[in-house]
Design a protein around this ligand. Structure first.
Ligand SMILES: Cc1cc2nc3c(=O)[nH]c(=O)nc-3n(C[C@H](O)[C@H](O)[C@H](O)COP(=O)(O)O)c2cc1C
Length: 178
């Protein structure tokens, strides 16, 4: 067991949990839901990994994860985000990380985006309503970017574009012990 790394996650429809569990299995380290982890469970001198979905551009649970990290004795925080957006939209990803991490964390917290998908059947009512509002907003929007056009085509029904290969850059960094 690799007790130098703890993977925590917040997941509503399962994509982030699946990525977190796959990463933990590959690294041989423990993995737990963020809400159940206390600072003394985080390995002292080790690495805390936090993963969550993007929700209207924001990384869900980041505030709580930062507070856990700051009250723990971990030496490093690594974060990953899962989302509906496909890979390859570097500008969109960069802006999202700038907005979520801000200038200070951007340089000190390694961060990774993992394409996942949408699971309407597992979403709560509020999320389904937000997605419906987003769909009609996208239909009406003029001058759509390539990213918006692609998302508009995808988000009308559930889909799964997650793949273990997207985990590799983060796993490589964690295996190297950063
Ligand atoms: C209301 C709502 C807002 C979302 N906003 C974004 C977003 O801004 N960017 C994105 O890439 N995906 C967005 N998504 C998609 C989720 O991030 C994606 O389904 C994620 O993988 C879900 O993770 P989970 O299954 O662990 O909850 C949104 C989904 C919902 C329901």
């Amino acid at each position: 067991m690799n007790n130098n790394i703890l993977i925590t996650y917040k997941s509503a429809t399962g994509f982030t949990r699946e990525y977190a569990e796959a990463a933990a299995a590959s690294l041989g380290c423990p993995c737990a839901e963020l809400s159940g982890v206390s600072p003394r469970q985080v390995p002292a001198g080790g690495i805390l990994v936090f993963g969550a979905r993007l929700h209207a551009g924001k990384l869900d649970g980041l505030k709580r994860a930062l507070s856990l990290y700051r009250s723990s004795q971990a030496r490093r925080l690594v974060v990953f985000a899962t989302g509906a957006s496909p890979a390859g939209f570097e500008d969109v990803e960069r802006e999202m990380w700038e907005n979520n991490l801000g200038p200070e964390l951007l340089g000190s917290v390694p961060h990774f985006y993992l394409p996942a998908g949408l699971r309407y059947e597992s979403m709560g009512l509020g999320d389904r309503m937000m997605m419906r509002a987003l769909q009609s907003f996208m239909r009406r929007k003029k001058d759509k970017t390539e990213h918006e056009l692609q998302l508009q085509r995808m988000i009308s029904a559930s889909y799964d574009i997650s793949s273990p290969e997207y985990l590799e850059p983060m796993l490589a960094l964690l295996r190297a012990g950063i």
